[in-house]
Write a protein that binds this ligand. Structure first.
Ligand code: ZN
Length: 213
C-alpha cells in the first residue's frame, strides 16, 4: 500500500480544509484544551506531558499509515474502520465516566472504507481462509460493507460529527483530518458552521438512543 500525495496538492482538499500552520488557526473553543495540545503535538512536535489522568478520547480509522502522537496515560483511543464511532457509543460512555470531556475524531485521505466494495471479494476470501463457509462469508461481508462503506472521507466525517453532537450533548468534539503523506492535521472548512448548528437542547431524544446500533 502506498502513501498518497499530500492533501495540500489536491484541489478538492485545498477547497475544503484549513491547514493548521500555527496556534492562531485553532478555533477559540479548542484553545487551552487537550484538543489544542494534541494538534500542536501532531503538527509541530510539541511534547505531550501526561498528568497521570485521562485528557482525551481519540477516535480514528484503523489505518496503519497513521500513528498517533500520544504517550501512555494520556488518551483513550477507539480505532475502527473508517474512524466512525457507530456501534462504539458504549465505549464513549465508559470514557466519559472516567473523566473524558474532549473527543478528537480524525478522518484521513485514501481511506480503504471508501473502496470497500472493490475490496470486498478479498475480505470474503480472507474469511474463507479462516474456515468460513464461502456463502456465509459473502453474506456477512455484504452486510458489513453497507455499514462500513463511505463515499467521501470528509463528508463521512461531517455526518459522523453531526451525529455525535446529537448523541453526546456536552462532549466537546473536534473533527480533524489527517494527511497520510506527512501526518499533518487539518480542520474541515465546514466545522465553524456545523459547530453553530449543534443542538442546544440538553436532552437526547429517546428514539435516537434506542436506535443506536
Ligand atoms: Zn481509513
Amino acid at each position: 500500500m502506498n502513501i498518497p500525495p499530500p492533501v495540500r496538492s489536491d484541489e478538492k482538499y485545498n477547497e475544503s480544509l484549513i491547514e493548521v500552520q500555527s496556534r492562531d488557526d485553532i478555533p477559540e473553543a479548542w484553545r487551552g484544551t487537550p484538543i489544542e495540545s494534541f494538534i500542536m503535538a501532531q503538527n509541530f512536535g510539541w511534547p505531550i506531558v501526561s498528568t497521570g489522568k485521562v485528557e482525551l478520547l481519540i477516535a480514528t480509522c484503523i489505518e496503519f499509515r497513521y500513528a498517533l502522537p500520544v504517550p501512555k496515560m494520556y488518551a483513550y483511543v477507539i480505532r475502527r474502520a473508517s474512524g466512525r464511532v457507530i456501534g462504539s457509543e458504549f465505549s464513549v460512555g465508559y470514557t466519559l465516566s472516567q473523566g473524558v470531556r474532549y473527543l478528537v475524531m480524525i478522518g484521513h485521505n485514501d481511506c480503504g472504507m471508501s473502496k470497500v466494495y472493490e475490496k470486498a471479494p478479498h475480505v470474503v476470501q480472507a474469511f474463507v481462509e479462516q474456515g468460513w463457509d464461502h456463502e456465509i462469508a459473502e453474506e456477512y461481508v455484504s452486510k458489513q460493507a453497507e455499514r462500513h462503506s463511505i463515499s467521501d472521507e470528509l463528508d463521512a466525517l461531517r455526518t459522523e460529527y453531526i451525529r455525535l453532537t446529537n448523541v453526546f450533548r456536552k462532549l466537546v468534539i473536534a473533527p480533524l483530518f489527517v494527511c497520510l503523506h506527512d501526518s499533518r492535521l487539518y480542520i474541515p472548512k465546514w466545522y465553524p458552521e456545523e459547530a453553530k448548528n449543534a443542538p442546544d437542547a440538553p436532552k437526547v431524544p429517546a428514539e435516537l438512543i434506542r436506535n443506536l446500533p
